[in-house]
Every structure is written in structure tokens, then in C-alpha cells.
Ligand binder design. Structure first.
Ligand code: ASP
Ligand code: MG
Length: 415
């Protein structure tokens, strides 16, 4: 048993979907195929959700844009011949329309999950039908009946015990070789839809692999594997052919976009190998993430854009570490904002965070008890296994706002 994951870029249009047939045709094993929303559908659904919450009069236009995008792909893939897929997709859009005609409640995250989850329902229905038409017999599974979570909407936590029993029932390969299912989405024990965090389909793939005891997970990307730096930003990049789980977690957490940070732990714990391969050149080996002592020897550069550096100091000048650290961390936690890098002194706490929609609400709350200053539009640069030469090359024309170094890792908040 293997788990394959296809992200938005690998299903961005009709040709990309056709390419999946080639990849699956070369593999006769039992597979669970986890699929993200087509192309940038999740971003569009996020906008739709925002419009819904603010009763924006352009809501319908956005809905129509998403609808048209999907039906164009269906027309291209099925040549107008398959009424079954049309019916299935009509039904999903009509459910979305019904949702949009309801009055929103004031739980922003709950409503987010109810709307944004439609992307994966649509993509998997289309691809499952297309594969069936091309002799890759498969069963479409609603993963919300398998992966159960708490009700921490937008960042739901998986209940592994409950999900394991359900996976054994629903993904047991009796009379089925290939399951097609959704990444990113799940549901509570009461069946309310939840999501696992942006880019969470990788995580879904690894959760499923650990639930069914798969031998491996393969994430199909538009890059030839995990590289030592983003080829769009740096020259001279190369593929890291074999890396340890620990190294992969560090890379993902620092902002390497190839894999979602939560993906590794379930695989590490169940001894399941993770492959990152190119859907453009499926024969190329790519990267394997596994138990290994192989060390990376050359520098690895990771850039995280759109960062905010907050500088917070208690108005009553109480000590940060002794008295206030727990409180500060719990405020970040309350807004589901992740600390990408932290530094503190006696009465100052600086934290580098992503620019999320609710940052300013958090700053308002902090401002009651703290003096808060911030800089935005910053970059967090992480250089693992740095050399002086690399740091000089990368930093000479930058303003450094905060920095940290260990013997092997250097991190800079820069502009
Ligand atoms: N479609 C979701 C997103 O774009 C999940 C994923 O792609 O992994 O965030
Ligand atoms: Mg996506």
C-alpha cells in the first residue's frame, strides 16, 4: 500500500490532470491518492469566505468565477460526454450556493472551514471520474468519514484512535485498488467539516499512511525533489537526495515550501518513507526522507516572506522571562499565530510571525498591557550549515532587524 499526494500545482489544469493517468498507469499497486483543490482554488475560496463574512455584493461574481473555472476543466477533460460528472459537480456547487445563502454566524474560523473545504470535494470528484473513464478504476472516498478531528477550526487536531478504526473500515482495499480522496479537510465526531491548516494535504497523506500502515508516501511536485534553496530565488540549486526526518522537519518549519511541517511526525513514528518527486519527470528519483545518518554538507537556504517583527515590552517593566512569557505565548496561541523566531531580553520580547488576517486584532489586545512596536514586509532567512561566504553574499545589501546563530544554523529577519 502506498499513499500518493497531488497538490494544487499538479492538478492546475486539464493537461496536468491527464498527466496523473500516466503516473498511476505505471503503478499497479494498491494506492490511496490524496488530492488538493485545483490550482489556486483555495485562495479563491478564501476570498469567497471573506466576502461572505462581510456581505460583499461581489460574492456572486466570485462564486461564478470558481464555478466557471471548474466547468471549463470538465469540458476540456470530458469533451462534453460525461453527464455523470456534471451532475456530481452541479450538486457540490448547489451545496455551496445554499451555504452562501445562509446568514453567517460570527465564528470566522468555523465559516472558513465550511466554505474553503469545497475545493477538495470538487477536485477529487472530477479526477476520480476522469480516472475511471481512463481505466484507472477507483473509489471516491469522503475523507471526512475517515479523519476525525477536534473542533479547532482552521487548524484542527486529528484524533488518531478514532480515525484508525474508521480507516480500517473505509480504506481496506477489498475489491478496490485505488482510492481517491481529499487532502486538507476532515470532520469532527459530529460530522462538522474542519480543515487542517493551509497546505495541509501533505499532512493528510501522512496521517492516512500512518492509519493504514502504508509502506510509503509520495508527494508529487513541480520541482525535482527537495532542493537546497528555492530555484526561483537562488542560483546553483541542487536536489537533496536523502535526508533524515529531523532535517526535513527543520526545513519545513523554517519555511521550505515543499512539505507541510506537520507531515513528518506521523511518518517518522510509523517508519514510513516519504518521497518527494517531480510529476513532470516521474522517472527521476527525487528526495527520500527516511531514518538516516546522512548529513547535509552544503548550505541550505530557506526564505520566508511576508513576516512581521513584533517588539513587545510590559508597560509596568516586569521581567519578560520570569513573569510574562507564558502570557505572551498564550496570546499568540489564542490567535493561532505561530512564532517563527523569538528573542527576549529583561523587559523585551521580540517575535517574528507570519502576516495573518488577525495580526492587528492581536496587536490591539497586546497594546492594553504592553508597548508594542512592529515592522512588516520583512523576510526571515534561515541558512543551515552556513559559511561566512554565504552569509556575506546574502546579507551585504540587507538591513538586519534580528539575528540568531548556533554552530550550524543562522537566522536573520531582514529587509
Ligand atoms: N488546498 C489547500 C491549500 O491550498 C490544501 C493544500 O493544497 O495542501 O492550502
Ligand atoms: Mg493547494
Amino acid at each position: 500500500m502506498k499513499v500518493y499526494k497531488f497538490g494544487g500545482a499538479s492538478v492546475k489544469d486539464a493537461d496536468a490532470i491527464r498527466n496523473i493517468v500516466n503516473i498511476l498507469n505505471n503503478d499497479s499497486e494498491n494506492n490511496v491518492v490524496v488530492i488538493s483543490a485545483l490550482d489556486k482554488t483555495t485562495n479563491k475560496l478564501e476570498m469567497l469566505h471573506k466576502m461572505y463574512m462581510s456581505s460583499d455584493k461581489n460574492l456572486n461574481n466570485k462564486y461564478n468565477e470558481i464555478r466557471e473555472f471548474h466547468f471549463n476543466i470538465i469540458d476540456n477533460l470530458f469533451d462534453g460526454c460525461c453527464s455523470e460528472v456534471n451532475l456530481l459537480i452541479e450538486e457540490i456547487f448547489s451545496n455551496l450556493k445554499d451555504k452562501l445563502s445562509e446568514e453567517p454566524n460570527n465564528n470566522y474560523d468555523y465559516e472558513y472551514d465550511q466554505i474553503v473545504s469545497f475545493g477538495e470535494l470538487l477536485s477529487t470528484r472530477i479526477i476520480s471520474s476522469y480516472l475511471n473513464k481512463h481505466k484507472i478504476k477507483n473509489l471516491w472516498v469522503d475523507i471526512r468519514n475517515v479523519i476525525k478531528t477536534d473542533d479547532n477550526y482552521c487548524q484542527a487536531e486529528v484524533d488518531y484512535d478514532l480515525s484508525k478504526g474508521l480507516a480500517q473500515q473505509k480504506l481496506n482495499f477489498t475489491g478496490v485498488n485505488t482510492y481517491i480522496t481529499q487532502g486538507f479537510i476532515a470532520s469532527t465526531t459530529f460530522g462538522t467539516t474542519t480543515t487542517l491548516g493551509r497546505e495541509g494535504s501533505d499532512y493528510t497523506a501522512s496521517v492516512i499512511a500512518s492509519l493504514i500502515g502504508a509502506e510509503s508516501v509520495t508527494i508529487w511536485k513541480d520541482v525535482p525533489g527537495i532542493l537546497n534553496a528555492d530555484p526561483k530565488k537562488f542560483n546553483d540549486t541542487h536536489v537533496l537526495s536523502k535526508i533524515s526526518y529531523k532535517e526535513a522537519v527543520e526545513l519545513a518549519y523554517s519555511g521550505a515550501k515543499v512539505i507541510h511541517p506537520k507531515t513528518i511526525k506521523p511518518l517518522h513514528n510509523a517508519n514510513i518513507n516519504l518521497y518527494v518527486k517531480s510529476f513532470i519527470n516521474p522517472k527521476v528519483t527525487g528526495t527520500i526522507i527516511t531514518h538516516t545518518d546522512t548529513m547535509i554538507t552544503s548550505p541550505v537556504l530557506i526564505v520566508k516572506d511576508n513576516q512581521i517583527l513584533l517588539s513587545v515590552s510590559p508597560k509596568d517593566i516586569s521581567f519578560v522571562i520570569d513573569d510574562r512569557l507564558n502570557e505572551l505565548i498564550s496570546i499568540l496561541d489564542k490567535y493561532k499565530i505561530k512564532a517563527n523566531m523569538i528573542q527576549s531580553s529583561a523587559i523585551n520580547f521580540s517575535v517574528c510571525i507570519d502576516t495573518t488576517y488577525n495580526v492587528h486584532d492581536m496587536i490591539n489586545e497586546l497594546s492594553d498591557m504592553y508597548n508594542v512596536k512592529y515592522n512588516d514586509n520583512l523576510i526571515l532567512l534561515t541558512v543551515r550549515y552556513y559559511t561566512d561566504e554565504i552569509l556575506h553574499r546574502e546579507l551585504s545589501d540587507k538591513i538586519i532587524f534580528m539575528e540568531q546563530r548556533t554552530r550550524s544554523i543562522a537566522r536573520f529577519v531582514i529587509r
